[in-house]
Design a protein around this ligand. Structure first.
Ligand code: HEC
Length: 144
């Protein structure tokens, strides 16, 4: 009986602690987003106007990070790499882009916080989809 009570208390503490950690991380992430990302990707994550048309210099405008964009199609580690090392890390060194690499500007933890914030704004079904994309391919195949 006493053991069960302790287990319950520990479980509640762990769940509460995790939820608090996630909320703090998301609110830190929001502040970082507003400081470092909103200028291009929009305060409401809406992206640049006409983001699906190339700019006169051939580069792409900043896409939205909301449900209308494609950010949520990418697994966690790919998003992390794009933000830390820039799109060239994924698309090759000759790729020309206005998206900066944030290595040396934001810490890894700050990058994870800003991505946690972006994810927290997505509707539940898109968050689930993005979680699925983050799983290894074999686990994805097991999905109904
Ligand atoms: C100077 C403008 C600018 C800033 C500041 C900026 N971005 Fe970007 N971002 C872009 C552009 C432009 C692209 C499109 C990349 C390309 O050329 O294909 C992009 C692409 C991305 C992508 C890839 C989206 C996808 O669906 O492939 C992610 C993720 C991203 N940005 C996150 C961020 C985050 C997080 C921040 C802030 C820490 C940030 N960006 C700051 C301009 C910017």
């Amino acid at each position: 009986m006493r053991g069960e009570a302790i287990t319950t208390i520990v479980t509640i503490a762990v769940i509460g602690g995790t939820a608090t950690f996630m909320l703090l991380r998301e609110s830190r992430g929001r502040a970082i987003y507003l400081d470092h990302c909103a200028g291009c990707h929009g305060v409401y994550l809406e992206g640049a106007p006409n983001w699906q048309e190339r700019l006169p210099d051939g580069r792409w405008p900043a896409p939205p990070h909301d449900a209308t964009g494609h950010t949520f199609h990418h697994p966690d580690e790919l998003l992390f790499t794009i933000v830390r090392d820039g799109p060239q890390a994924v698309l090759g060194p000759t790729y020309r882009t206005d998206m900066p690499a944030f290595a040396g500007i934001l810490s890894d933890e700050e990058i994870r916080s800003v991505l946690a914030y972006i994810k927290s704004t997505l509707p539940a079904e898109l968050r689930e989809y993005q979680d699925l994309m983050t799983r290894p391919p074999a686990a994805r195949l097991l999905q109904p």
